[in-house]
Design a protein around this ligand. Structure first.
Ligand code: NAD
Length: 494
């Protein structure tokens, strides 16, 4: 018998407090805000609204824990045990976390269960395992000196994350930051506080000392800004829009020059050559690449750039896959496309669809809000043809299920269009000619190159962008660079 996730969701306890110093607490102001379910448009419940006073409280708690050494000085092999236990607890609570995620952000429960939660637990486990496997360096000095190059935790890390993959983005920050011995204050997006709050409770049960992980839901211009300007935050790791990323650079300059690491937006070019081996597979990835998670993916393959000789045939295939990805109830296990995060965002996506039409692009499917009777924020998968690279729908991040199709004649034109963007997060190339794939991928300005696939990779591969997609890298051992300082110690032996 299939599981009734709607029923299970109706019985689940929803976290509603701030989590500071190992405890649930109210906001100092006693204020709360309504947390909305994007699938229904109804209020899920109140959540404590943190502001600068609560951020001060959380940062003080993180600093106290860091200075006491309860985590920062714990032997790496013991930190490892705690993080792996936390990953195990996440697996044990997988259904609960998946339901919280789906209720909070409207993504399909099937995706929360099969992607978001297991990937997040896997991330935590991966960094847990890394704790006691990283060695420092001895410099090749002459005989008169002994030089060591050691990595040290940076101190208090603030993480500010978005709503599209709330738990996964949280774990991409927490995994390496905690593995390196830091204390953390996390501000989830105001639209998606639930899984981070539950995770903090599980972390305490797993043995993370109090104060090492603090979670403060609240709004960007209050709680987020307070973290950015805080004089006692050593490092700010951000995932979100470029607009807010730039604000964090300013906050740093206006305060204590804290390190700022940014994972921002993208406009992924998906370049399909006529010599692509498997056009059906490429078409499937082209559709999934833009419609997965309702297109609310920083690496969404939002620019389909097809060789002109195969364009019509290829688009036919993409349309067939799109037709199978119609929006539905996020709590239905058969749903592949859920609700957009909020009404404001849905209207922004619909505005972009109007902009595309007015710019002269040809609407092939979708283009409208659907499932109005559900009360939530659903937009049909939308495909535009005849898009020019200069159009706004080819340049700006829409962050919804809207695909822009462009064509090219030869390699030079393909590379020109692919690079014609302020962003450089990811790019895909589809060709059977590996020499061509390697040569062209070297010319594409993007942090993630996917050859004959969309969104390939695992925890061993760094993730991040060139240009205005950000700086620094999440995932892999490279992520530890963000959360550690390098100390050079020169011992005079003369
Ligand atoms: P956003 O920038 O609006 O919000 C992100 C976070 O910043 C939230 O926690 C928000 O509360 C906070 N914030 C907002 N205004 C702030 C301010 N004035 N001061 C301080 N903090 C503030 O982004 P979003 O709409 O939540 O997420 C969508 C964006 O995230 C897209 O641009 C997407 O590409 C990007 N994203 C990037 C990656 C990546 O790894 N590169 C991953 C996921 C999402």
């Amino acid at each position: 018998m299939s599981i009734d996730y709607k029923d299970r969701a109706s019985k689940i306890a929803l976290p509603s407090h701030l989590f500071i110093d190992g405890k649930r607490v109210d906001a100092i102001s006693q204020k709360t805000f309504d947390n909305i379910n994007p699938g229904t448009g109804k209020v899920l419940g109140p959540v404590a609204e943190g502001d600068s006073d609560d951020i001060n409280h959380a940062v003080a708690s993180a600093r106290k824990a860091f200075d006491a050494g309860v985590w920062s000085n714990m032997a790496p092999k013991d930190r490892k045990k705690v993080l792996i236990r936390l990953a195990d607890f996440m697996d044990d609570h997988a259904e609960e976390l998946a339901l919280l995620e789906t209720l909070d952000v409207g993504k399909p429960i099937g995706d929360s269960l099969s992607v978001d939660v297991p990937s997040s637990a896997n991330c935590m486990r991966w960094y847990g395992e890394a704790c006691d496997k990283i060695y420092d360096e001895v410099a090749p000095t002459g005989p008169g000196a002994f030089g060591t190059i050691t990595r040290e935790a940076i101190g208090v890390v603030a993480a500010v994350v978005p709503w599209n993959f709330p738990l996964l983005m949280t774990c991409w920050k927490l995994g390496p930051a905690l593995a390196a011995g830091n204390s953390v204050v996390l501000k989830p997006a105001e639209q998606s506080p639930l899984t981070a709050l539950r995770l903090a409770e599980l972390a305490i049960e797993a043995g993370l000392p109090e104060g090492v992980l603090n979670v403060v839901p609240g709004f960007g211009p209050t709680a987020g800004k307070a973290l950015g300007l805080h004089m006692d935050v050593d490092c700010l790791a951000f995932t979100g829009s470029g607009e807010v990323g730039k604000l964090f650079l300013q906050y740093s300059g206006q305060s204590n020059m804290k390190r700022v690491w940014l994972e921002c937006g993208g406009k992924t070019p998906n370049v399909v050559f006529a010599d692509c081996l498997d056009l059906k597979k490429a078409a499937e990835h082209a559709a999934i690449g833009i419609f997965y998670n309702q297109g609310e993916v920083c690496t969404a393959a939002s620019r389909l750039i097809v060789q002109d000789t195969i364009k019509d045939e290829f688009i036919e295939e993409v349309l067939k896959v799109a037709a199978t990805m119609q929006p539905g109830d996020p709590l239905d296990i058969n749903t592949s496309l859920g609700a957009l995060i909020e009404e404001k965002h849905m209207n922004r996506v619909l505005d972009y669809i109007d902009i595309g039409k007015n710019e002269g692009a040809k609407l092939l499917c979708g283009g409208e809000r659907v499932l109005l009777n559900q009360g939530g924020y659903y937009v049909a998968p939308t495909i535009f043809d005849n898009v020019q690279s200069s159009m706004r729908i080819a340049q700006e991040e829409i962050f919804g299920p809207v695909l822009s199709t462009l064509t090219f004649k030869d390699e030079e034109e393909a590379i020109h269009i692919a690079n014609d963007s302020q962003y450089g997060l990811a790019a895909c190339l589809w060709t059977a000619d590996l020499n061509k794939a390697i040569k062209l991928s070297r010319r594409i300005r993007a942090g993630n190159m996917w050859i004959n696939c969309w969104d390939g990779g695992d925890m061993t591969m760094p993730f991040g962008g060139y240009k205005q997609s950000g700086n620094g890298r999440d995932k892999s051992l490279h992520a530890l660079d963000k959360y550690t300082e390098i100390k050079s110690t020169w011992i005079d032996l003369s």
